[in-house]
Design a protein around this ligand. Structure first.
Ligand code: KIV
Length: 289
C-alpha cells in the first residue's frame, strides 16, 4: 500500500474521517506482486457510490452496451456514451482509480484519432486512464498515447470488440500457437508503456505465464487467480444481467430475483389498495380559520 502526502493510505479513509484521495495509476503499478488489485465495472453514479469504498479500480467498460443498453455486442457503443457514463461514475466515486474504455472505432484508425478520443475521455470524464483492446497491432498506438501523457490499460486474449474476427466469445490460448500469440500481445502492449493489462478468457497457464513475464499488473477475467488483480462485470456478479452467464462468473447476489419480488409486492399493494398507506401520503388539508 502506498502512503500519500496527504496522510491517506492507498486511497483508504483516514481514521480522522478526512476526505479520501483517489488511488493513482502509479499506486496500482506499485502493487504488482505485493497486493491484489480489486476491480469492478460501473456505469452509473449510484452503482459507483456503492462500489467505490470496496474496490481499487472502477472500470467504465464498453460492456455497458450489452449490460444496460441491450445490444448484442459492444460494437454499437459510441464515444459519447462512454463520456456520459464515465462522468457519471466519476461523480459517484472518490477513492477508486477510474479507467474508461475506448469504444470500437474510436482508436483503431490512426494514432491521432486514438489521441483525440482518449484526450476527450480524460477531459470530459476526469478519468485517470483509458483502456483499449488489442495486441501487437495496437502497440504503436499505446506508445503514442503514453508518450503524450495518457495512461493506457491494455486488454488481450478474448477481446469482445473483435467478436466477429475471433468467431465468438470463446476462450483463447487453447492451441500452442494461439497461447504464444496472446503472450506476444501482452508483452508488446506492456513494452509499449501500458501500466496494466486486462487478460480475458484465456487458459489459466497462459494468464500465469503472462503475469510472470510482464512487469506491470495483469487484471484477470476468466483467467487465473494468479493474475495481479481481478475484474468482473458488476451486473454479472450481482445477478442483474440475465441474457447469459459466462461460466467464469461467480454470483455474489441474485438481485434480478430480488427486484422481481419487490416489483411483485408493490404491484399487489397497489392493486389491493395497501399502497400508499398513511405514511406514504401528505395527509389532509387543515381548514383555515
Ligand atoms: O467492457 C468491460 O467491461 C471490460 C471488462 C469486462 C474487462 O472490458
Amino acid at each position: 500500500m502506498s502512503i500519500h502526502d496527504s496522510g491517506t493510505a492507498g486511497g483508504k479513509t483516514k481514521p480522522s474521517g478526512a476526505k479520501m484521495t483517489r488511488i493513482s495509476v502509479p499506486d496500482l503499478v506499485a502493487r504488482k506482486g505485493k497486493e491484489k488489485i480489486v476491480c469492478l465495472t460501473a456505469y452509473t453514479t449510484p452503482m459507483a457510490r456503492a462500489l467505490d469504498p470496496h474496490v481499487d479500480l472502477l472500470l467504465v467498460g464498453d460492456s455497458l452496451g450489452m449490460v444496460i443498453y441491450g445490444f448484442e455486442s459492444t460494437l454499437p457503443v459510441t464515444l459519447d456514451m462512454m463520456v456520459m457514463h464515465g462522468a457519471a461514475v466519476r461523480r459517484g466515486s472518490e477513492h477508486a482509480c477510474l479507467v474508461v474504455d475506448m469504444p470500437f472505432g474510436s482508436y483503431q484508425e490512426s494514432t491521432e484519432q486514438a489521441f483525440r478520443s482518449a484526450a476527450r475521455l480524460m477531459r470530459e470524464t476526469g478519468c485517470s486512464a483509458v483502456k483499449l483492446e488489442g495486441g501487437r497491432e495496437m502497440a504503436p498506438t499505446v506508445e503514442f498515447l503514453v508518450k503524450r501523457g495518457i495512461p493506457v490499460m491494455g486488454h488481450v486474449g478474448l477481446m469482445p470488440q473483435s467478436v466477429h474476427t475471433l468467431g465468438g466469445y470463446r476462450a483463447r490460448g487453447r492451441a500452442t500457437d494461439e497461447a504464444a500469440g496472446v503472450m506476444a500481445d501482452a508483452v508488446a502492449i506492456a513494452e509499449a508503456g501500458a501500466f496494466s493489462v486486462v487478460v480475458e478468457g484465456v487458459l489459466e497457464q497462459v494468464a500465469q505465464a503472462i503475469t510472470a513475464r510482464i512487469p506491470v499488473p495483469t487484471i484477470g477475467i476468466g483467467a487465473s487467480v494468479d493474475c495481479d488483480g481481478q475484474v468482473l462485470v458488476t451486473e454479472d456478479m450481482l445477478g442483474l444481467f440475465g441474457a447469459f452467464k459466462p461460466r467464469f462468473v461467480k454470483r455474489y447476489a441474485e438481485l434480478a430475483d430480488d427486484i422481481a419480488s419487490a416489483a411483485a409486492s408493490y404491484a399487489a399493494d397497489v392493486r389491493t389498495g395497501v399502497f400508499p398507506g398513511p405514511d406514504n401520503v401528505f395527509g389532509s388539508l387543515k381548514k383555515s380559520s
